[in-house]
Ligand binder design. Sequence first.
Ligand SMILES: Nc1ncnc2c1ncn2[C@@H]1O[C@H](COP(=O)(O)OP(=O)(O)OP(=O)(O)O)[C@@H](O)[C@H]1O
Length: 597
Amino acid sequence: MLGVFRYSQRAMALVWQTSPKLTIGLAVLTLIAGVLPAAMAYVGQLIVDAVVAAIDQYKQHGNIEYFPVLFYVLIEAGLVLIVSASQRGLVALQAILRALLGQRVNMMIMEKAQTLTLANFEDSEFYDKLVRARREASSRPLALVNKTFSLLQNGISLISFAVLLWQFSPWALTLLILGALPAFVAEAKFSGDAFMLARWRSPEVRQQNYLETLLAREDHIKEVRLYQLGARFLRHYQSIFVRLFSENKRLIIRREVWGFTLGIISTAVFYGAYGWIVTSTVIGAITLGQMTMYLLLFKQGQGAVASSLTSISGMYEDNLYLSNLYEYLEQPTLTIKAGAVSGPKQGDGIRFENVSFTYPGSNQAALKHISLHIKPGCSLAIVGQNGSGKTTLIKLLTRLYSPTEGRILLDGLDLREWDEQALLTRIGVIFQDFVRYQFIVGENIGAGDDERFDDEQGWRNAAELGKATDFIDDLSDGYQTQLGRWFKDGQELSGGQWQKIALARAFMREKADILVLDEPTAAMDAAAEADIFEHFQEHTRHKMAILISHRFSTVRLANEIIVMEHGSIQERGTHHSLLSLKGHYAKLFELQAKGYQ
Ligand SMILES: Nc1ncnc2c1ncn2[C@@H]1O[C@H](COP(=O)(O)OP(=O)(O)OP(=O)(O)O)[C@@H](O)[C@H]1O
């Protein structure tokens, strides 16, 4: 039941860390806004009693005593002013905090993302947490804090009402508390149920979100429309909704029926006490002023109870968000220890020593007992069927994953012992699914070297090496042309043109001496690919070049070729030695050569 407060403390800590001053301001104003209603009710009593006394005075002595009555009215007016100032202040502080907090939470989310491993991103549940954490980062934490503060404010009001009511009768107070309690308990219970329900359902909601993406995103709509999948996906979307909705509806109805039934108890107790106060006034046990005050306290008390219930019922959603946010932020990450910036055997190159690897959650090894040696100045081509482990090998080499068995050495030092920065500056890689940055052309190339991100001459040189200058010069704004469709005037490129940009990006990484091309030229024709690789080799003479390709016309140019199958190296050698082996490579080469005849 107390689950609704589960994350209030953490949300509060977050707000405090964002701005202690604003938090104190918020707390002070909440306190003021909480106490003032009781103070106003008390002044109301003083006014009525003063008016009654003034009437008596006038009847008995014929003179009018203005002072106390108008004085109290003035005080009440002053209190109203303070109420309105504190409410405005609360709204202003909340708005300022919302902006600061949203930025802070977003920064926390994205900074955390930088420390995660690729395996984290490939875990669907975890990735979903990240997406959801980001989506509502600017509103949820503050909403929870606001509701917690509003509960506090109403709590303070209720306590101050209780202090005044105590003077009328401790019994009346006890009765009112007992009357309101069931409604509170029910609201908290149902909010908790809704919280659990929403958590359990997150896989279905995730499916729904995915279908929304398929049905309404530019990059998917093309295929969905052509395969006429729209109606099927919509039906699926609707069926998930119907299933979720029926559970939801049941909870909503139960919640409201119970809320109403238990609300009747509170109302009955409330009006019982109301009658008691009125009769006490008639028999002269309390003054007319006191009656006014008590009735006001009762009315406002009921309002405070109602608004507390609303706060509680909204809190579960905020809790859900925060639980998700904290689960994401607390995901354990590898602590990056400072490693070495060079190896003991300079110039030894890359060695794979009996490396095996199984993806987390998989029961099949993607790589089995791989041993390799690539020396500076050498190029290695990797061929093999789809799924044979080529990309996985690159992921291990770039330390996106670590071997489950064996080790990979660079200059005689295990990759795990390298300083991450030092290691990464030595590697330039283009994956099959390289990023198409929605930046200008130049920045798309400059992204290859952070230090030279804006270096225009650097862009041009790299573009030259990537054979991208021809079409860049034809673009309306040359290197300043905005690419992609996300932003105004963005220009879309063809698949092959994007690949040339990606190649240029790899060439931008001048300091890198390990260059990896994982099928980056698949969208180019065979001649262009061979041309680019030849060119690539020329410009990477003292470097280590690794190429994954299905095209033998390119592969044949490499110093060494390995043929992979089911995660193992099946054949290795030069183009000629492999041809004379008359094995798998030779067969595939002939097949492809026939295709080109
Ligand atoms: N992130 C992953 N999680 C689990 N298994 C994976 C993951 N990525 C790849 N695999 C599995 O590992 C094996 C090797 O995949 P890999 O991507 O290395 O193949 P590949 O040789 O590069 O294939 P292709 O020529 O199609 O690009 C495959 O069986 C694949 O199912």
